[in-house]
Design a protein around this ligand. Structure first.
Ligand code: F6P
Length: 482
C-alpha cells in the first residue's frame, strides 16, 4: 500500500483548513480556516508538499470533493498551496461519529460535562454510533496509509481521531505517528465511565502512536494515569507537552486593519459613555457558544457584580460574543437560548435608557472580536474545563491599553498565565463577581505591567514553533523535545 511518491509530512484532523460554500450561480467558493494548526503547518511552507487529510463537513464540501476526483490532493490556494485531501464519508456515518461520539461522548468525558443522574446512557444506540466512529477513523487511517511516503511523519489531531494511530500502525508500520490532543484529558475516575472495551479501544488506539502531545502537563498526567489504570501503562509511546501560544505577529497586524477600526467605532457607540462623559469600562468575553465555556455563569457573575457593587452600574458594560457552535446538538441550541435569555433579563432588569449592561453578539465576526480585544479593560475567561483557551492568550497581546485577565483555574492556559491573572473557580459565581470587581479596580500602571507579562507568556510558543517542535520530536531531528 505504501506510495513511492507520497507525502513526507501529513496532518489529519476532522475540520480541515478550508471549507466550501456553493454560490447562487452554482460555483464553489473556498474559505480558509483559522487556528493554530493552519498557521503552524504554514511554517514548513508549500514546498514541503505536506498533505492535510480532513473530513467533508457540509454538502458544499461534499460537492467540492465530487468535483475534484474524489477529493484527492485538492490543491487549495486558500491554504497557501498546501494539499488537502477531503474525505467524503457517508453523511450518516459522519454524523454518528462527529455529533454522536466525538462531541456528545468523548468531548463530554474530557470536559466532565455530564449531568450524571441521567447521563451518559451507553445503550444500543451508542453501540451503533460507536461502529460509525470506528468506520470514520478507519477511513482516515486508510487515506493516510495511501498518501504517506515511506517513513513519513503523520500528525493526527484530537479526540475525533483517537483510533487512527493504532489503525494506521497496522496498515503502515513504517510511518512515524504523532497524535495531539487539543482538549483536556479526563482523570481516571471520570474516564472509567466509558464502557471498559471502549475505554480500552480509545487508549490502545492512541498508544498506536510513537508520540502523544498535550497542551499542559495536567492533561498529559491524566492520560498517563488512565493508561496506568486501564491499559497497563504507556508501552513504548512517548508523551510530550506543547503549550500552543498566540500568534502575536499575525494578531497585531490583523487587529490594526481598517475593518477592525470600523468595528471599534461601532462597539464604542453601543457601549456609550458614562454620565460624566468618561469612557465606560468593558468586561470582554469571546467564545464559541460551547457548554464548557461557562458563559451562563459568567453572566450570573456579572449580574452579581451589579448587585454587590452598584457603584459599577452605568459605568461598565459586559461585551459578550457567543458564536454559534455544534448547533446540530439540542443541548447546544438550548444553551445558546439560555445565554440570550439571561442577557436580555439582565438588560431589562438593570439597564436604563442610556445604558445597556450586556452587549451580546452571536454572529461570528473575527474583525469585531479583535475590536473587542483592543477595547478590553477586563477579559473574562471562566471555562469549566478547557484544553488551553487561546482567547486568554490573545486579549493581552492585542488590547490597546493592557487588560486584566480573570481566568478560570480549570483552563489549560492557567498553567502559563495564572500568576498574572486573577484566578477564579468557574462554579463560584460570587467569587467570580468579586474577581471582576478586583479586575475593574486595578490601576493603570499595574494593569499595563501585568498585561505585558501576560502577553510575553502567551506568545512564548507561537504556532509555527509549536508545530515544528512536534515534528522534530517525532522525526528525531535536532531541536527535538523528548
Ligand atoms: O480541540 C477542540 C477543537 O477541536 C478545536 O480544534 C476547536 O477549537 C474546536 O474544538 C472546534 O470544534 P468544532 O470543529 O466541532 O467546531
Amino acid at each position: 500500500m505504501a506510495s513511492t511518491h507520497g507525502a513526507e509530512v501529513l496532518v489529519a484532523s476532522n475540520r480541515g483548513p478550508v471549507s466550501y460554500e456553493v454560490r447562487e450561480d452554482g460555483t464553489l467558493h473556498a474559505r480558509r480556516g483559522g487556528g493554530g494548526l493552519v498557521s503552524g503547518l504554514s511554517a514548513i511552507g508549500p514546498d514541503a508538499g505536506a498533505v492535510w487529510v480532513c473530513a467533508a463537513l457540509s454538502d458544499a464540501d461534499r460537492e467540492a470533493v465530487r468535483r475534484s476526483h474524489g477529493g484527492r490532493r485538492l490543491s487549495v490556494e486558500a491554504t497557501g498551496g498546501q494539499h488537502v485531501r477531503m474525505l467524503d464519508i457517508d453523511a450518516t456515518v459522519f454524523a454518528d461519529a462527529y455529533n454522536g461520539i466525538a462531541n456528545s461522548v468523548l468531548w463530554f468525558v474530557h470536559h466532565m460535562l455530564y449531568q450524571t443522574p441521567l447521563e451518559p446512557v451507553f445503550d444500543a444506540e451508542f453501540r451503533r454510533q460507536w461502529a460509525s466512529y470506528e468506520a470514520y477513523n478507519r477511513a482516515f487511517a486508510e487515506a493516510l496509509a495511501e498518501e504517506a511516503a515511506p517513513g513519513a511523519a503523520v500528525l493526527v489531531q484530537d479526540y475525533h481521531l483517537t483510533l487512527v494511530p493504532g489503525m494506521l500502525r497496522e496498515l503502515r508500520p513504517d510511518v512515524r505517528i504523532g497524535h495531539f490532543s487539543h482538549t483536556p484529558w479526563a482523570p481516571p475516575e471520570y474516564f472509567r465511565m466509558l464502557p471498559d472495551d471502549v475505554a480500552g479501544q480509545v487508549l490502545r488506539g492512541m498508544l498506536g502512536a510513537d508520540r502523544l502531545g498535550f497542551l499542559t502537563r495536567r492533561w498529559a498526567d491524566a492520560f498517563e494515569a488512565c493508561c496506568a489504570e486501564f491499559a497497563g501503562g504507556l508501552g513504548g509511546t512517548r508523551v510530550g507537552v506543547h503549550g500552543l501560544g498566540a500568534d502575536a505577529d499575525f494578531l497585531r497586524a490583523r487587529a490594526h486593519r481598517s475593518d477592525v477600526a470600523e468595528r471599534m467605532a461601532a462597539l464604542r457607540d453601543e457601549i456609550g459613555p458614562a454620565a460624566d462623559g468618561s469612557a465606560r469600562k468593558t468586561i470582554v468575553r469571546v467564545d464559541r457558544t460551547e457548554l464548557s465555556k461557562n458563559i451562563v455563569r459568567g453572566l450570573l457573575a456579572y449580574r452579581q457584580l451589579l448587585d454587590d457593587h452598584p457603584e459599577w452600574r452605568e459605568r461598565v458594560v459586559h461585551v459578550a460574543f457567543a458564536y454559534p457552535s455544534r448547533q446540530d446538538l439540542a443541548v447546544y441550541r438550548d444553551y445558546t437560548a439560555e445565554v440570550q435569555r439571561l442577557a436580555d433579563e439582565i438588560n431589562s432588569g438593570y439597564g436604563s435608557p442610556t445604558w445597556t449592561p450586556v452587549v451580546l453578539h452571536v454572529k461570528d465576526d473575527f474583525a469585531r472580536s479583535l475590536a473587542a480585544y483592543r477595547l478590553a479593560d477586563v477579559a473574562l475567561v471562566n471555562p469549566i474545563r478547557d484544553g488551553m483557551n487561546l482567547v486568554a492568550k490573545e486579549v493581552p497581546v492585542v488590547s490597546d491599553e493592557g487588560c486584566v485577565l480573570v481566568l478560570s483555574r480549570e483552563a489549560g492556559a492557567f498553567a502559563e498565565l495564572g500568576e498574572d491573572a486573577i484566578a477564579v473557580n468557574p462554579y463560584d459565581v460570587i467569587g467570580t463577581a468579586q474577581a471582576l470587581h478586583e479586575a475593574l479596580s486595578v490601576g493603570p500602571e499595574e494593569r499595563a505591567e501585568r498585561s505585558k507579562r501576560l502577553a510575553a507568556a502567551a506568545t512564548a510558543l507561537p504556532p509555527a514553533q509549536w508545530f515544528l517542535d512536534q515534528l522534530h520530536a517525532l522525526t528525531g531531528e535536532s531541536g527535538a523535545a523528548g
